[in-house]
Design a protein around this ligand. Structure first.
Ligand code: SF4
Length: 280
């Protein structure tokens, strides 16, 4: 059996389909070096994050930043993945027939998200003081490693800590995003800022231009720590019992990297491999 580690994205995956979480953990444990295929709906987000992260690294080092530079990084990523799509993109691996203009739609969407970032948000954010960005880090909950990777952490002119997260897809800001940001705030509290009242978070939706900004407090951090405690205890129990129910749906299963290992998913997808696939 695998060792228990946790993160907000694992929590999301577990709630969507415990079987897919289990299969991913098992495969990660047995085959750490293998690059897993990426679902189409994640490609735009990865490309945008890579492009922006590279430019923030330049800003940190006192160098010039540009939207064009971010786009080049994103386009290179999409091009590299697309060139070997039969092995790198989950839907192609699963034999799904996607629309001919899928790649150009992804590139257009990436362009729009990056333009929104640099036109609407960067002029403001770049006045702040750099703390860290896109660094994989962890803290302990009940002795279990809780992994986080924040898009950007900065200090404002009053010394407050601002944790920012870019969203690139269709999802509206929701409870899951709020939970994710409080988990990031918990990490920031342990790592950078002992006073919860001086920790702010913002979810920046690069598709719509909307921002959801919040300020933390002792209660919000304590509630989230309690929720993580309970979640980890519940999943640890499932791991001990080896009980991972499959929750199939056509939309989930055609984009699932474990379809070939899952009878329930295979039955759900059977005869439906010609689909309009959601790319964001
Ligand atoms: S194929 Fe569907 S049911 Fe099976 S693990 Fe993946 S998401 Fe879950």
């Amino acid at each position: 059996m695998f060792s228990m580690e946790w993160s907000v994205s694992q929590s999301h995956q577990y709630n969507e389909c415990p079987r897919s979480w289990y299969l991913q953990r098992r495969s990660a444990e047995g085959d750490r070096l293998r690059v897993r295929p990426v679902p189409l709906k994640s490609l735009i987000g990865i490309a945008v994050h890579k492009g922006i992260a590279e430019q923030i690294g330049l800003w940190r080092d006192g160098k010039e930043v540009s939207a064009l530079g971010a786009e080049e990084i994103g386009l290179t990523y999409i091009s590299r993945i697309w060139a070997q799509k039969e092995s790198t993109i989950t839907e192609f691996v699963n034999g799904v027939v996607v629309e001919n203009n899928t790649r150009s739609r992804m590139e257009d969407a990436m362009h729009q998200r990056i333009a929104t970032f640099f036109n609407m948000f960067w002029p403001h954010l770049s006045k702040y003081q750099y703390v860290t960005h896109e660094t994989l880090d962890s803290f302990l909950i009940q002795g279990v490693k809780m992994w986080v990777q924040v898009d950007l952490a900065t200090r404002d002119s009053m010394g407050g800590l601002l944790v920012s997260d870019w969203k690139t897809g269709q999802g509206h800001h929701n409870e899951a995003d709020s939970h994710q940001m409080v988990v990031y705030a918990l990490w920031a509290n342990k790592k950078f800022e002992p006073d919860p009242d001086r920790i702010h978070t913002q979810v920046v939706n690069l598709r719509t231009g909307q921002v959801d900004r919040r300020t933390m407090n002792v209660e919000s951090l304590a509630e989230t720590e309690q929720r993580l405690d309970e979640e980890i205890a519940r999943v640890s129990e499932a791991v001990r019992g080896g009980n991972f129910v499959a929750i199939p749906s056509l939309e989930k299963c055609i984009s699932c990297g474990y379809l070939s290992l899952c009878n329930e998913g295979s039955s759900t997808v059977q005869g439906s491999r010609s689909q309009s696939v959601n790319i964001d």
